[in-house]
Ligand binder design. Structure first.
Ligand SMILES: Cc1cc2nc3c(=O)[nH]c(=O)nc-3n(C[C@H](O)[C@H](O)[C@H](O)COP(=O)(O)O)c2cc1C
Length: 241
């Protein structure tokens, strides 16, 4: 147990945004471990509303690096991972979870029906509808309800849905970076990219996909001189009530 704690904390504290990498081969096994770790992050309603594009092919990687504004971490990385918030996958995800539940003996019929109902309700609540019309209705209903009841506001418009999906995507990204660190690799998260061109390159849909960040992965270059790491003191960041 102590060993697990030490490895996790060491990975968190040693991770840095590395700006220059040297070429290394990332094996299929390591790739799988890193991506699996990313997908083990918690996500809202367990909806895992993201997609990762792992770009390691030299020609495609070079094209993506250019769309990351030619930044050195992107140009020198062994692989680039484009993390995309995906709000078009919700129905398929709940169907897939339902199938999984049906295939397992631990879930009673009542539990499965319960999940089915919740998933249906979730789909309705999370649906922006054409031109956001349903969003306006949703907003009005929840705002009214909130006048006398404690209620949370579901994502109302498409942008709220992207904001919702971005939270879970970012947690998966952090898992990915910590796992890479634990496996002896380095990373650099980047939001310096041309989103419009990169989306077009990956053939994403503007309706359902938004790129959250690109993560450069590789082994830090021996020549790379790391600047000291600065953080605000805890009292500037934390309020204890
Ligand atoms: C959302 C996000 C976007 C970032 N974008 C870039 C970027 O485009 N280029 C870059 O070199 N670093 C980028 N960084 C890395 C930060 O500059 C770095 O994490 C920060 O300076 C702290 O350094 P450290 O991670 O080594 O502690 C980004 C980090 C985050 C979390």
């Amino acid at each position: 147990m102590k060993k697990l704690r030490d490895v996790v904390l060491a990975s968190i504290f040693q991770r840095r945004a590395v700006k220059v990498f040297e070429p290394v081969e990332i094996s299929e096994e390591i790739l799988q471990q890193i991506l699996n770790a990313a997908c083990h992050a918690p996500s809202s309603f367990n909806m895992q509303p993201y997609r990762f594009y792992w770009v390691a092919n030299a020609k495609r990687k070079s094209a993506v690096a250019k769309l990351c504004l030619g930044q050195t971490p992107a140009e020198t990385a062994s692989a680039l991972v484009v993390a995309v918030a995906d709000i078009g996958s919700l129905a398929a995800t709940s169907r897939s979870q339902l199938e999984w539940m049906r295939s397992r003996s631990e879930f009673s019929e009542a539990k499965i029906r319960d999940y089915e109902r919740t998933a249906k309700l979730g789909r309705i609540l999370f649906m922006p509808g054409p031109f956001g019309i349903f969003g306006v209705v949703k907003w009005a209903v929840f705002r009214l309800l909130n006048l006398w009841k404690t209620v949370g506001m579901p994502p109302v418009f498409r942008q709220d849905l992207f904001k919702w999906a971005t939270k879970s995507t970012s947690l998966a990204c952090e898992n990915l970076m910590i796992a890479a660190e634990a496996l002896g690799l380095d990373t650099c998260p980047m939001e310096g990219f041309d989103g419009r061109r990169l989306s077009r390159f990956l053939e994403l849909s503007a309706r359902y996909h938004e790129i959250v960040m690109v993560i450069a992965i590789g082994k830090r270059s021996h020549a790379y001189v790391e600047p000291p790491q600065w953080r605000r003191p805890l009292n500037a960041t934390v309020t204890i009530l």
